[in-house]
Design a protein around this ligand. Structure first.
Ligand code: MSP
Length: 519
């Protein structure tokens, strides 16, 4: 067992200015797979997601839609909660930054920062990109058309001059560097850690953390003219959800904080690995244990964007290919942490080769042979040959491999390991040829089919976090009851019971036969 200490993981909270696309679904999916895995491994989990509802960007979108920001946020937030149902995400909480619990936490955090002397009043003049809700230094910008200034992200910047409270970020340069040194896995992948460290070594400017030229946000306690900077507000969601400012013994905060993992896209790494730990340390709170930055999806080689009209909605994929195939593809196709390209061709290839021909074919061949030749019940094995034991040992070893790959969020390597066993099992079946043994040595045929069924039981249990529905159907066909699907049931001690009647087999992973949409 992995131990019983609680595991707290979070997604970014999504801006409510947009409809969800596969980029959003991706971040939450990775967390969902991890949350399901940990729960099956006997670990208490808190999995948080939600929506980021304040700030100029949302205010602007609401104005464009012609409704007030709260009504707008209510409407768009629903799209994100619908996504949870569609993708079968198993979050334990859904936070909205417009909730009273969040106002309370933000005020408390502000006051803690103020009390520790890390906030001062000044005035900001500089560049701001509403799209990123981020401040940029002159040296970071390039000239765009119409003498506009453009941020490295491509966002247009505007000049801002207004009274503002500042956070003494400059004082946190060395403590942050010390923290990164002492916690080499705080930022993953390692390449991203190097980028962040180089940025911090380059020097940190104090950070403007309040605005006075718009309204939609949380007011600064004690100075109502100011609205808290939306990133300070947004980052605080992670502690709101564990009940901050209640931090004493027996609280959720005591149980879950520091978070084990903030999963984020690479574009928002700086906010999570520089500002956030600095805010927390300044407020006397522990920084999170890890921030993992995943890559970005392009679509058929192009950036996903509304103006190009190539945005892929998760429900379109699920309708076209099914939920399990969609989840599998997103976790398998691209080494987690790298950028990746979505194409219908690649999706169909994965469905047909990995799922239909690989996993599906294995399950179907084995179960239909058992159905026809073993009285539709778990067959009685005889003495195990070396090849039998080798396959079983490979299946037994998968849990440790999966644990260790997921401890560094290497979802793709975990799946590679599962598919190596699927490949080995299909080859074993071809070599052993139980269809020939049926006539020459039925006892040996029963042993081979038993070994294969037991291998499939392992695979069925282990693929649940990625493909919950298909895995459940596989386990049902092996008559593995729901309460026997946890990782504590892996290994020989809980092997299939000889003679257990099995339901009639049915296909789990259909081939995709239509032409995929043209790329
Ligand atoms: N509201 C902030 C996060 C605040 S967290 C305290 C935000 N929201 S967002 O809606 O713009 O983005 C949320 C997540 O979606 C980010 O992790 C981002 O990287 C991810 N993605 C958005 N487009 C993406 C792709 N094309 N591909 C992969 N992920 C992408 O940022």
């Amino acid at each position: 067992m992995s131990g019983q200490s609680p595991y707290y993981l979070t997604t970014p909270i999504y801006y409510v200015n947009d409809v969800p696309h596969i980029g959003h679904a991706y971040t939450t999916l990775a967390c969902d797979v991890l949350a399901r895995f940990k729960r099956l491994d006997g670990c208490p989990v808190k999995f948080l997601t939600g929506t980021d509802e304040h700030g100029q960007k949302v205010e602007k979108s609401a104005r464009l839609a012609g409704i007030d920001p709260q009504a707008f946020a209510d409407r768009v937030s629903l799209n994100f909660s619908d996504l949870l149902t569609l993708m079968k995400f198993t979050n334990d909480d859904f936070i909205r930054t417009t909730e009273p619990r969040h106002h309370k936490a933000c005020h408390a955090l502000w006051q803690a920062l103020e009390a520790s002397g890390h906030i001062y009043l000044g005035s900001y003049s500089g560049w701001y990109a509403v799209r990123d809700e981020a401040f940029y230094g002159e040296d970071e910008l390039r000239d765009g058309p119409d003498s506009k200034k453009i941020a490295p992200t491509g966002a247009e910047c505007e000049w801002m001059e207004e009274p503002s409270y500042f956070f003494r970020l400059s004082a946190w340069q060395q403590p942050l560097l010390d923290f990164y040194e002492a916690n080499p896995d705080f930022i993953l992948p390692a390449g991203k850690r190097n980028e962040v460290m180089a940025f911090v070594r380059g020097g940190l400017r104090d950070l403007s953390i309040s605005r006075t030229t718009f309204d939609w946000g949380i007011r600064v306690p004690g100075d109502e003219r100011h609205i808290m900077y939306v990133w300070l507000d947004a980052l605080a969601n992670y502690i709101t959800a564990v009940g901050y400012p209640e931090t004493g013994a027996g609280t959720d905060y005591a149980r879950y904080w520091p978070a084990d993992l903030h999963m984020v896209g690479k574009d928002i790494l700086r906010f999570h690995t520089v500002y956030w730990p600095a805010f927390l340390m300044a407020a006397g709170l522990a920084p999170p244990r890890r921030v993992f930055a995943h890559g970005w999806w392009t679509i058929e080689g192009q950036k996903m964007s509304k103006s190009l009209g190539n945005v892929i909605a998760p429900d379109a994929l699920v309708t076209m290919y099914g939920l399990d195939a969609t989840r599998y593809f997103l976790m398998r196709e691209v080494p987690f942490g790298n950028d990746g390209d979505f194409s219908h061709r690649a999706m169909v290839n994965r469905i047909n080769s990995d799922l239909a021909n690989g996993y599906g074919n294995l399950v179907q061949r084995v179960l239909s042979m058992i159905g026809k030749n073993c009285g539709a019940a778990v067959p009685q094995p005889g003495p195990l040959a070396e090849a039998d034991q080798r396959l079983l040992d490979a299946a037994y070893a998968l849990l440790e491999t999966a644990r260790s790959e997921l401890s560094v969020q290497a979802f793709h390597r975990m799946l590679d390991a599962f598919w190596a066993v699927i490949g080995a099992a299909n080859r074993y079946m071809d070599e052993q040829a139980p269809w020939t043994l049926r006539k020459t040595d039925p006892a040996r045929m029963a042993t081979v089919l038993y070994v294969l069924a037991e291998t499939i039981r392992h695979l069925g249990i282990l693929t649940q976090p990625v493909m919950p529905d298909a895995s459940a159907r596989i386990l049902e066909q092996l008559a593995v009851p729901e309460e026997a699907r946890g990782f504590d049931r892996l290994g020989p001690a809980h092997a299939l019971v000889v003679g257990t009647p099995l339901p009639p087999p049915c296909g789990v992973f259909p081939r995709y036969v239509e032409e995929p949409p043209r790329s």
